[in-house]
Design a binder for this molecule. Structure first.
Ligand SMILES: [Ca+2]
Ligand SMILES: [Ca+2]
Ligand SMILES: [Ca+2]
Ligand SMILES: [Ca+2]
Length: 311
């Protein structure tokens, strides 16, 4: 691997679509809080799957928005909208114990799966059942890898992480890294995304508690954007929820699952005075919002937080 440092703005501002992170979200829970901006407040709230599901993020239908996919064994359940509801696509790939990564391996704008076995990667370019389209090798079998469009030329490739050191590769072939740099601390939780319009491809961010430090180039240096989001116990992930080409944050939270099925008919009318706390009002709102919208008028300003005047 080379020791060359990747320079900022190498390729200028590209129009490459943002790519979701390639590794599973991790964590547990059925609650997902997505934010289209680097602010503290979610603007999309949904539930999906079951609390112990393995979950991936990607643009399964190539329409520019990233959404969720649940994995159970070697079966995959993808939904194409960032709302609560059933899977749109169900298929099988690999074996139940395989390590799976998500990316746009052929650069056509839609995300699909790679099964990783050691240092060998089995690429599938459609979200469908079948055999691998491409097989390649990279790095060492024990390496931690990140997926992204590092050069902004379209198409996701791998970066190997060893502690706080990153080895970027811009094609899906065996060979030396294209660049190498240091960022953050060896133990940091790392996120991948295209955070700003001025950067060509994907770069890194690190998470410490509920604070996020985003860097807009694949170089060593201080963060360009620092913000707080969610709770330290949340599991964080990234994606482009609104198809504007920029990746932002989402968190997975272990909320009390929505009782299923939602009772038929319009739920009994309530107002903010019926709840002692904002959390109680929010629980009611979260339960009924997917099926009925803000039927009780608890969210006057439309930010998906109910009865914000309550303690
Ligand atoms: Ca999509
Ligand atoms: Ca693709
Ligand atoms: Ca690329
Ligand atoms: Ca976006």
């Amino acid at each position: 691997m080379t020791t060359a440092v990747v320079t900022a703005g190498l390729l200028g501002a590209g129009a490459a679509p943002a790519a979701a992170q390639g590794t599973p979200i991790g964590g547990s829970g059925v609650g997902y809080y997505l934010n289209d901006a680097f602010t503290g407040q979610a603007n999309r709230v949904l539930t999906y799957g079951e609390r112990l599901d393995d979950v991936h993020v990607g643009d399964w239908d190539g329409n520019g928005t990233d959404t969720l996919m649940v994995r159970r064994g070697n079966s995959f359940y993808a939904r194409n909208s960032a709302t609560s509801g059933p899977a749109d696509v169900v298929f099988s790939y690999g074996d139940p114990g395989d390590t799976v990564l998500v990316g746009d391996w052929d650069g056509n704008g839609s995300d699909t799966l790679v099964v990783r076995r050691g240092g060998t990667y089995f690429v599938k370019n459609t979200v469908s059942t079948g055999t691998a389209d491409v097989v390649f090798s990279y790095g060492d079998p024990g390496d931690t890898v990140l997926v992204g469009d590092w050069d902004g030329q379209g198409g996701d490739t791998l970066t190997v992480r060893r502690g706080g050191r990153y080895f970027v590769k811009n094609d899906l072939s065996t060979g030396v890294a294209s660049g190498e740099f240091l960022y953050g601390d060896p133990g940091d939780v790392v996120l991948v995304g295209r955070w700003s319009a001025g950067q060509a491809g994907d770069t890194l961010g690190v998470r410490r508690g509920s604070t996020y430090f985003l860097r807009n180039s694949l170089t060593s240096g201080v963060a360009d954007t620092v913000f707080a989001y969610g709770e330290p116990t949340d599991t964080a992930f990234t994606g482009d929820w609104n198809a504007d080409g920029l990746d932002t944050l989402g968190v997975r939270r272990d909320i009390v699952p929505v009782p299923a099925p939602v009772p038929p008919g319009r739920p009994a009318d309530v107002d903010c005075a019926d709840f002692a706390t904002q959390a109680q009002a929010q629980a009611w709102f979260t339960r009924y919002y997917p099926a009925y919208g803000d039927v009780a008028g608890l969210d006057a300003d439309g930010n998906l937080r109910a009865c914000e005047s309550l303690p």
